[in-house]
Design a protein around this ligand. Structure first.
Ligand code: BTN
Length: 264
């Protein structure tokens, strides 16, 4: 049964001050991140939520497409205007990861974990991802669009073959349907909570929480970045959100953006 998400239902009963107080919904859009960026450029306020039932050009990290079938999942973006240096922006991807994992745990008790930097996993399968699009000059962030895709009630048979082995949904893992509306509200509440904590207290609390939820830290990994490849152990997170890796030669490097494979 098709049960569309309505803007007034989303905005009611949130525990937030700014997040989700202004909601714009679309049946179909290219990408909620692109739409939110256009609205932000026109002056839309912080916390504005842009949501679509389906995306025709949903984007993942590293220019990958994001599979966005209608009415079963969540695709939304939040406009942020944080007063932090652009060099700290990667921390917001980690902040959103913590919020997503916490919301899933709160709503379903499923053991949601995080693969650095932006994947949400349950039992090693990807069920959600975060895409942060930054608009900044050298010293100041103009806006940052935090885009979230979460597979909620997607049936296993509907997963495209190229991701059928590696992706899943809350329904597949939980064994029954999950309310998209309740899930969305819980994520939005958690997002504002962790975002505010980050702005008030800096990266420490997020790094601590993310490390506890991380499936990457403590693992042997291979990370590809800037046409380079590094194998070693993920030993922690840096204050700018980068992944600290101890290479096989014992030398420690911090990778700010890269693609990780968990080796074992
Ligand atoms: C990833 O894991 O690579 C990130 C996926 C992010 C997908 C979401 S869906 C809503 C928002 N709009 C987009 O085009 N992408 C993000």
């Amino acid at each position: 049964m098709v049960d569309p998400l309505e803007a007034d239902e989303i905005a009611s009963e949130l525990d937030t001050i700014t997040f989700g107080r202004h909601v714009i919904t679309y049946d179909t859009i290219g990408s909620t991140n692109s739409e939110a960026a256009a609205l932000a450029a026109q002056g839309a306020e912080e916390g504005t939520l842009v949501l679509a039932e389906t995306q025709t050009e949903g984007r993942g990290r590293l220019s990958r497409p994001w599979y966005s079938p209608p009415f079963v999942n969540l695709y939304f973006s939040v406009i942020l205007r944080p007063r932090i240096p652009p060099s700290q922006a990667s921390m917001l991807t980690l902040t959103a990861g913590v919020a997503l994992a916490e919301a899933i745990r709160q709503q379903t008790d499923l053991p949601a974990g995080l693969k650095w930097p932006n994947d949400v996993l349950i039992r090693s399968k990807k069920i959600g991802g975060i895409l942060a699009d930054l608009t900044a000059d050298r010293l100041k962030i103009k806006h940052l669009i935090l885009g979230i895709g979460l597979n909620v009630n997607l049936e296993a048979g509907l997963l495209p073959s190229e991701i059928s082995e590696t992706a899943s949904s809350l329904m597949i893992e939980f064994g029954r349907a999950v309310s998209r509306l309740e899930m969305l509200k819980t994520v939005v509440n958690q997002l504002e909570r962790w975002y505010t904590l980050f702005l008030n207290r800096g990266p420490g609390p997020i790094i601590e929480k993310y490390s506890g939820l991380s499936n990457t830290i403590g693992r042997k990994i291979r990370v590809t970045y800037q046409d380079r490849m590094l194998e070693g152990e993920a030993v922690g997170l840096a204050e700018n959100g980068g992944l600290v890796v101890r290479g096989r030669d014992g030398i420690t490097s911090t990778v700010l953006a890269g693609d990780v494979v968990h080796l074992r």
